[in-house]
Design a protein around this ligand. Structure first.
Ligand code: S3P
Length: 431
């Protein structure tokens, strides 16, 4: 994709449905009895992988225009898949479904694409084994493909060493197939969509003394109607570009603003950005708002500690904006980025330097001294959707045009990105 520099973003847009919430709606709808209707489901590769895997576990899906209809099987109601489940590029699909599969005494084999097969799965395998499931995988059980045979699980109290919503969710989903009270604690709070959606389905779950406490689950969750807001992690791209481009006035309507996801908005504000939330409301247990951004010049910031899980997916676009901000932007405590769809610290550092930005990549983060010119040039997404989108945004802020090779993977989280930019009058060509 070839993208030309813009002079601010002016207009009103919407972005596709939230990826994390879409996965959870598909899974919890499958484990509830009766029909669940999902409006705003993200029809992107990752979420479609979740549907395809659940289909192999015996769940039937259909569509009424853009509304996803799930014929729920109820707790205990899934059946042994006759084929290997393919999670594609999606860590959320693999880790959450590992938790689901652990609840059943049949064999489930989960695999994924070349990127996912390199990602660590011991973080979910360990607690699921503690609950009584047999979990094996390549490399001493650490990497996919995973083979899971579960059933007769017991609840556990588990401190996860990594603040990961995927790990937490795997344990919570496995806990649905136990008869007691399960507990999970994490070093820093990660996104809590699973907890909110479980509550919305009537499952007893609460946060108490630093623990998430689930159960006992004595009744079947019943199918519900769910409306999914726009994905803040997708909205982040135009929001960040607008925030650092004087002359921008951008409104992104109907975006999820769950506080476990809004770290980027907090950091941009600390950098001097003018961002307001309007029309704040709650939809199906999730906070939703319109995000209004006015462009201005920004200053650098230090981003570390507890805020990291609240903006983990937004660090690629934050790094792009950091180049335009005055002073140093320092990101620390973000080693997790090394085990995402790519080693995002390494690839991000490499891609930015190919566009002419001086960046210091560290073991757990990066440092960018601004303001710098983003010169422009040719970069590859390395097959990583968030890098593809961040580099396209670098093109909007660059001196000369940017060409992003292998841009198609952007569809994994943000199908329609190019159309959104064109609505805003930006010049984009896609080969
Ligand atoms: C996700 C959790 C995060 C995030 C990923 C989606 C989820 O990963 O990076 O894009 O939907 O639970 P971790 O939980 O592994 O940090």
């Amino acid at each position: 994709m070839r993208i030309k520099p813009c002079h601010g973003l002016v207009g009103t847009i919407r972005v596709p449905g939230d990826k994390s919430i879409s996965h959870r709606a598909a899974i919890l709808g499958s484990l509830a009895t009766g029909q669940t209707k999902v409006d705003g489901f993200l029809q992107s590769a990752d979420c479609l992988s979740t549907l395809a895997c659940l289909d192999l576990l015996g769940v039937k899906f259909s569509w009424d225009a853009d509304v996803l209809l799930i014929n729920g099987r109820g707790l205990g109601g899934l059946s042994e898949p006759t084929e290997v489940l393919d999670a594609g590029n999606s860590g959320t699909t693999m880790r959450l479904l590992a938790g689901v599969a652990a609840g059943f005494d049949f064999l489930t084999i989960l695999t994924g694409d070349a990127s996912l097969r390199k990602r660590p799965m011991d973080r979910v395998a360990k607690p699921l084994r503690e609950m009584g499931a047999k979990v094996d995988g390549r490399g001493d059980g650490r990497f996919p493909p995973l083979a899971i045979r579960g059933g007769s699980l017991k609840p556990i109290s588990y401190h996860t060493p990594v603040p990961s919503a995927q790990v937490k969710s795997a344990i919570l989903l496995a806990s649905l197939h136990t008869s007691g009270v399960g507990k999970v604690a994490e070093p820093w709070l990660s996104r809590d969509h699973t907890e909110r959606m479980m509550s919305y389905f009537g499952i007893p779950i609460a946060r108490r003394d630093g623990w998430i406490v689930i159960g006992p689950v004595t009744e079947q969750p019943r199918g519900r109607e769910i409306t999914i807001p726009g994905d803040l992690s997708s909205a982040a791209f135009p929001i960040a570009v607008a925030a650092c481009s004087p002359g921008s006035i951008l409104r992104v309507e109907n975006v999820g603003v769950n506080p476990t996801r809004t770290g980027l908005l907090d950091v941009l504000r600390a950098m001097g950005a003018r961002i307001a939330l309007e029309n704040e409301r709650e939809v199906c247990g999730e906070p939703v708002a319109d995000v209004v951004v006015e462009g201005t010049e920004l200053q650098g910031a230090t981003v570390a500690g507890e805020i990291i899980p609240r903006l983990i997916d937004e660090i690629p676009i934050l790094a792009v904006v950091a180049a335009k901000a005055k002073g140093a932007t320092v990101v620390r405590d973000a080693r997790e980025l090394r085990v995402k769809e790519t080693d995002r610290l390494q690839e991000l550092g490499g891609a930015l330097s190919r566009l002419g930005v001086v960046v210091e990549t560290r073991d757990d983060g990066l440092v960018i001294e601004g303001p710098q010119e983003i010169k422009g040039g040719v970069v590859s997404s390395c097959g990583d959707h968030r890098l593809a989108l961040a580099m396209a945004c670098a093109g909007l802020l660059a001196k000369q045009e940017v060409i992003v090779k292998d841009f198609a993977c952007a569809d994994i989280s943000f199908p329609g990105f190019v159309a959104v930019l064109m609505d805003l009058g930006v010049q984009v060509d896609v080969a």
